[in-house]
Design a protein around this ligand. Sequence first.
Ligand code: OGA
Ligand code: NI
Length: 331
Amino acid sequence: MEVERVQALAFGGLKELPEQFIRPAHERPENSKAVEGVSVPVISLSQPHDVVVKEVAMACQEWGFFLVTDHGLSPSLIQRLQEVGQEFFGLPQEEKEAYANDAATGKFQGYGTKMTKNKDEKIEWIDYFFHLMAPPPKVNYAVWPQNPPAYREVTEEYAKEMLRITDNLLQLLSEGLGLEGKVLKSSLGGEAIELEMKINMYPPCPQPELALGVEPHTDMSALTVLVPNHVPGLQVSKDANWVAVDYLPNALFVHVGDQIEVMSNGKYKSVLHRSLVNKERTRMSWAVFVVPPQEATIGPLPELVDDQNPPKYSTKTYAEYRYRKFNKLPQ
Ligand code: OGA
Ligand code: NI
């Protein structure tokens, strides 16, 4: 099927935003501005362990979102990851189309643009590339970008680092719930936990005040660890206000996702967030989704449920959770 890519549209000399990208009035960034003077938690992992656990627990309860510094991931690896992603999106359109995904046939990995099911639904100002990154036996390198040639080596190295960092984060989040460090990871599937990579590409937009890069949503994942380029745009919701997240070089942007909200029985919040687009500059971000395998059963952890704390969420497989969320069915 022929798909119009946002990148091709944006660089084709567009002056006005096409109708299908114009958000209804209440959703437009110009009518739902971020509050001033509030900023998201920033947590340095080089602090004493008990301080880190306390700060992480507080951030997960009050925001479902925080930035992490002193995580040990090298700035040069982040830079190389960004370079190979930019190079891919800089390829001629025909070359990128060879990787086109097709959700209708279950081909979720590859190059994509969000399409609408009915014509009243609005489209987001974004193209993306999505592929599995771990565990190794499930990874299909044939669907990764083959160009630039360094893409695989750089992204495999990034995947290894993400496994280490997300293990550490899951441990901190477990301890923040008063549990043993290994509980969240093992309940999510242990070594079967998957890492998905989504490269988000938001081209310059002729009327950014009328559009959204991604609509307000919570992530289906357990956790999401994102690095953006230097162009700001991410906003998180706090107490029903939007809070803009400033760029902080080399920081990791950590989102609590739906699965951890469920497992924590609501103690940790899955953060509502959205992204805005820019008139002159291309925004990009690299989101790593930490997800249980499809067959894993996810529900409130038994350690957190008793007569005083009944389960607030139902227990179901991740596959079923995804199906219901994609089809906007009640959970
Ligand atoms: C996402 C997302 C925000 C961003 O990919 O789920 O929320 O900053 N991205 O690009
Ligand atoms: Ni998201």
